[in-house]
Design a protein around this ligand. Structure first.
Ligand code: ZN
Length: 460
């Protein structure tokens, strides 16, 4: 890694891959490559016709997030503060329609900018390396405390009566009780697991007397040390917060306004997955989305549409490498102009990356990836929550999760939404996400509250 302000070294002038040592090394490696002509053709042929039911959500909430770590002074570069900004943008379909000229796909960027008033960002400040928050014994203890305080803060609350903070959502997806087995500060096991619930959000370690927080269950602090960089922990925090905030909105509306929820779409940035130490909550999110769907179906309402759109990553790179084959396929008499396929484990293993377990993403993913090519030739990688309560019977699950039949009308609705909002201005972006993305960049504006956006949209 170059030092600050350091120019590219000698290696910057040559193509490293052409270096004979590197070339010899790569001969011993497996990695993703362009499909051959034959493979490309057969992959393109394996894609399916895109279903459409012409039904769009009335409101779409898109989220995006960014992180930042900065030395608090140039003279002490290793003393850093971390900052996470999560932005939610609400797009009302009626309002959006008024921005486009009838019969045209062109969206006036100046008018789009006006939609920013329906955006809000929530900012979280965390201790980075070398900063002890509120006089805690260690950087790590301070980090744990900061996470708990940020999760419980009013800014993440979705309603005025305050039952929908991130801490509440964390507790709710655990069905009201969270168990922790050992102390995150001294590392010792307890005789009895500590049980956290709404009345006991903070408890004390019987060995070291340090406060233990319900949010320690996420284990984000495990990547924090007194001397190292906290960047990895801050990224994990961002990932978890973004997924929990959206889950919180879905949960609140499922309780209070299921009818409004059934006409909404939610678009998250990236795959529907939680990585690293907090990964365990992915299965709780999966189960929560499943039970919300069941609840709405029992009320004769359609389930909300929840999507994860990937801007980059391996699946996206693979999908982009298919563009010439898709184009060729359309030119040479393929009747299909718009097509998709589920990235099942077999396909992933063959063309994208090794699938080392009986079920790809078993410890991390709560949604299935699909590759989708729109009529206009744009490529999207979209994740949709697995339509199951859990992943029991792993080999059976690995097959069921990629069967489009199991997603009911959700696939058609997801593709309709993407097609409708695909943006001429940016490739592979859709309007709500582009708005959220612009809003999530770090600026000097302080963070707001989720409640504000919910109230403006008449949802809280
Ligand atoms: Zn302890």
């Amino acid at each position: 890694m170059p030092y600050d302000r350091q120019q590219g070294g000698k290696s910057g002038h040559i193509d490293l891959v052409k270096n004979p040592d590197v070339d010899a090394f790569l001969k011993n490696c497996k990695y993703m490559r362009e499909p051959s002509d034959e493979e490309g053709k057969s992959i393109a042929m394996s894609y399916l016709d895109v279903p459409s039911i012409g039904c769009l959500p009335e409101k779409i909430i898109a989220s995006d997030a960014s992180t930042y770590s900065k030395a608090i002074s140039d003279r002490f570069p290793s003393t850093q503060v971390g900052y996470v900004k999560v932005s939610l943008v609400l797009v009302d379909l009626k309002e959006f329609n008024s921005l486009t000229e009838p019969g045209s796909r062109y969206v006036d960027p100046f008018k789009v900018a006006k939609m920013h008033r329906n955006a809000n960002s929530i900012a979280f400040t965390l201790p980075g390396s070398n900063i002890r928050f509120k006089d805690e014994k260690t950087v790590k203890d301070g980090f744990r405390r900061a996470i708990f305080e940020q999760f419980s803060s009013d800014q993440t609350n979705l309603t005025k009566n305050g039952q929908y903070s991130l801490t509440d959502t964390l507790l709710a997806i655990h069905e009201g009780s969270v168990e922790i087995k050992k102390c995150p500060s001294c590392g010792l096991k307890w005789n009895h697991d500590l049980i956290f619930n709404k009345d006991y959000l903070i408890q004390e370690c019987e060995h070291c007397r340090t406060n233990i927080y319900i949010t320690d269950d996420l284990r984000i602090h495990e990547q924090v040390t007194d001397y190292g960089d906290c960047g990895a922990a801050i990224t994990r925090f961002m990932n978890v917060v973004e997924h929990l905030l959206v889950a919180g909105v879905v949960r609140m509306l499922a309780d209070d306004n299921p009818r409004a929820l059934s006409n909404m779409g939610f678009v998250l940035d990236g795959p529907l997955a939680i990585f690293g130490q907090p990964a365990d909550i992915h299965k709780r999110l999966m189960s929560m989305y499943h039970s919300v769907s069941e609840k709405l179906l029992s009320l004769n309402l359609q389930p909300p549409l929840v999507l994860g759109l990937q801007k980059d990553g391996q699946v996206m790179e693979h999908a982009r490498s298919l563009v010439p084959f898709f184009d060729e396929f359309c030119r040479t008499g393929g009747i299909k102009k718009s097509f998709y396929r589920a990235v099942d484990d077999c396909y992933r293993g063959k063309y994208i990356s090794e699938v080392s377990s009986a079920n790809f993403g078993h410890e991390t993913y709560y949604g299935q990836d699909f590759i989708y090519r729109t009529d206009s030739g744009r490529i999207f990688v979209v994740g949709i929550p697995y339509p199951f309560k859990d992943k029991s019977n792993i080999t059976d699950f690995a097959i069921k999760k990629a069967d489009p039949q199991n997603f009911g009308g959700l696939l058609a609705r997801a593709f309709d939404l993407i097609r409708y909002f695909e943006l001429d201005l940016y490739s592979n972006a859709i309007v709500p996400v582009a708005l959220a993305h612009r809003h999530a960049s770090i600026s000097l504006v302080p963070g707001g509250k989720v409640l504000d956006i919910m109230t403006r949209a008449g949802l809280s």
